[in-house]
Design a binder for this molecule. Structure first.
Ligand SMILES: O=c1[nH]cc([C@@H]2O[C@H](COP(=O)(O)OP(=O)(O)OP(=O)(O)O)[C@@H](O)[C@H]2O)c(=O)[nH]1
Length: 614
């Protein structure tokens, strides 16, 4: 029996579930839906840190799963299915996203993290309507997510391991199955139970009802245009893109928007190309053009930050260009043009009532938000931009230059330049500190030394996470002198101490854990070896070394970078970024044992080794 007003809408369509999850298959077939199952081959490895919220990550992953299947079936069958459904379930706790555990230890870490606490389960769902037109796949995407709160009891070690040994956690988000043995761990659930199991049936039915209202009514599925911030070709195109985006056909109130994050819009791009269905442009040529045009988008973003556009729009309703112009003390025409480009880049929302921040802009581009990257923007708009405008001259004259000019020449900096560098580093550290501090269980260590620890953002997170830990921040005297300007907490911890010194020449403060974070990625091999040998020499047997470094983009890690320009974050090293395996081998060669690697959010990977007795 099926309830015709909802599931019946799909009765005469070829429906495909792009999921291998037996739970999703069961939930949907119990609801009377007839469908084929084609598991997606999309790798669930999007950069989590690139998403403003956990649900934005789940929605994007669900979308990519569904689009991959739609595209593959279209190519293979020369006939696309009518509807493809994709879903992704994740657990979010304390700023972390948990997916399926990779092994028993991982399951243990996840369950320990959930023990005695509330967490959120998000399932992102995407419904892709497909049509073949002139041999091309045309897709219309609708997406949403559902959140359920789950509270776990305190779990004893014995119960944890018995549960892990049952094998149940391994294919389940967060390492538990609420519908089976895992139900015993749960104190209460607030929200849709089936959402935790893997598919929010109730919300899905509401979405179908909304989508299949009279054709042309508001809420008809929106055409998906592009899934990243568009490349800037000309400013004029960007203005057009915005006009297209806001004027052409109704977009459902929640499509794209609910995912949080930057909402994509793109100018005059062929749909099929963007969904990866056909890729008529050689990747290198597309990459080449993006490199040529990319600086325009950077400059728009950096300028809007500098003029405090995102501060003015934060926590306010939509403002007109004239309102914004008044507040930033700029011309109305110029401001309007800048705001339009920001909207076209997906940084602002534009409506009839004016402009407002996207969630991402308020979270990362306003100067006073907890996760602000305003300092990083100012650093790139100032010294980094300055260094790059002098690049040709530096190359011709043989002057030393690097893409990150300041850390390389610390003694030549003015106080303001040092502060600018510290603000940039502080923003990034605050964003990644939680992930770095919790990637491994560091509770056996009682003293740590963060080498190049700058403002102490990571040190403060470490002492918050580990109540027995004392942390020394070791950095250049001029940095230590200014570190007091950067309060990371209302109550600075007495367990964080600052010691001035130079990493490459002074003896390192004693500690049983040394930490290096986001420091080594653009160092040449000899300098890297030199520092790691010095650190290794300071480690007593049993002491640890924790390295947290930029993770190469997935395609770079997989060796695909040869076809593309190198990742921008490691620009200037002249080689592919080092993956965790490289650091693991280095530590092993230096006499560290039990060297393990883990992901720390989407931006970093972390490697931990223990110094063996000589
Ligand atoms: O309480 C429960 N929580 C979660 C689950 C199951 O966990 C997985 C979540 O993983 P994902 O969303 O990535 O889906 P996959 O299984 O990998 O299938 P895809 O092919 O769609 O990627 C999901 O199976 C949930 O059902 C659970 O069973 N109980």
């Amino acid at each position: 029996m099926l309830l015709c007003p909802v599931i019946g809408k799909l009765q005469h369509k070829r429906v495909v579930l792009a999921s291998s999850s037996p739970r999703r298959q069961e939930i949907l077939s119990n609801a009377g839906l007839r469908f084929e199952v084609v598991p997606s081959r999309f790798k669930e490895q999007l950069h989590k840190a690139a998403f403003a919220t956990p649900h934005a990550y789940a929605v994007e992953t669900a979308k990519q799963k569904a689009l991959e299947v739609a595209s593959r079936m279209h190519q293979k069958d020369l006939r696309a299915p009518d509807v493809v459904i994709g879903a992704d379930t994740i657990v979010a706790v304390g700023g972390l996203i948990l997916e399926k555990p990779v092994d028993k230890q991982d399951a243990y870490r996840m369950l320990l993290r959930l023990s005695g606490k509330e967490h959120s389960v998000f399932t992102g769902v995407t419904i892709v309507h497909c049509r073949s037109k002139d041999g091309q796949l045309d897709t219309e995407v609708s997406e949403f997510y559902e959140e359920t709160t789950v509270k776990f009891s305190e779990l004893s070690e014995e119960l944890l391991w018995e549960y892990i040994d049952s094998g149940e956690p391994m294919d389940k988000a967060g390492g538990y199955g609420i519908q089976a043995l895992g139900g015993m761990l749960v104190e209460y659930v607030r929200g849709d139970f089936l959402n935790v199991v893997g598919f929010p049936l109730n919300r899905f039915c509401k979405e179908l009802a909304r989508l299949y209202r009279a054709p042309g009514a508001p809420g008809a599925p929106r055409r998906v245009q592009r899934d990243s911030i568009p490349a800037v070709h000309t400013f004029e195109e960007l203005g057009d893109a915005d006009a297209e985006g806001s004027g052409s056909g109704p977009a459902p109130a929640n499509a794209g928007r609910e995912a949080g994050g930057v909402r994509p819009r793109a100018p005059r791009t062929r749909e099929a190309d963007l969904n990866g269905v056909t890729d008529s442009q050689p990747p290198l040529l597309a990459g080449l053009l993006e490199l040529m045009y990319g600086f325009k988008a950077s400059k728009v973003l950096l300028t809007a930050c500098k003029l405090n556009v995102f501060d003015v729009l934060k926590d306010r309703g939509p403002l007109t260009a004239a309102d914004v112009a008044r507040k930033i003390d700029a011309s109305v025409g110029g401001t309007e043009h800048l705001l339009d480009i920001c909207a076209a880049l997906g940084l602002l929302d534009k409506s009839d009532r004016g402009y407002s921040n996207t969630e991402t802009a308020s979270l990362h581009l306003a100067s006073d938000s907890e996760q602000s990257l305003h300092g990083l923007a100012a650093y790139h708009d100032g010294p980094v931009w300055g260094a790059f405008t002098q690049l040709g001259r530096a190359v011709r004259e043989g002057a030393a230059w690097t893409p990150e000019p300041l850390p390389q020449a610390p003694h030549e900096r003015s106080t303001e330049e040092t502060l600018q560098f510290m603000r940039a580093s502080h923003g990034l550290s605050k964003l990644t500190a939680q992930h770095v501090a919790t990637a491994f269980d560091l509770s056996p260590f009682t003293s740590a030394c963060h080498l190049g620890g700058c403002t102490g953002a990571l040190a403060h997170k470490l002492v918050q996470e580990y109540p027995r830990l004392q942390v020394t921040v070791f950095d250049l005297p001029e940095v230590v002198k200014l570190a007091g300007d950067f309060q990371t907490d209302a109550q600075p911890s007495e367990r964080v101490h600052f010691v001035p010194g130079d990493l490459s020449s002074d003896s390192l403060p004693p500690a049983d854990l040394y930490v290096l974070c986001s420091l080594l990625h653009d160092w040449p091999e000899d300098r890297l070896h030199g520092l790691l040998s010095r650190v290794s020499g300071s480690c007593k047997p049993g002491a640890g070394l924790l390295l947290a470094e930029l993770a190469p983009a997935e395609e770079e890690a997989a060796g695909g970078a040869a076809r593309r320009p190198p990742g921008l974050r490691t620009l200037g090293t002249g080689r592919r970024p080092r993956g965790p395996g490289r650091y693991q081998r280095l530590l092993q060669r230096l006499g560290f044992q039990d060297v393990q690697a883990a992901r720390a959010g989407g931006l970093l990977h972390v490697v931990l080794g223990t110094r063996a007795a000589p």
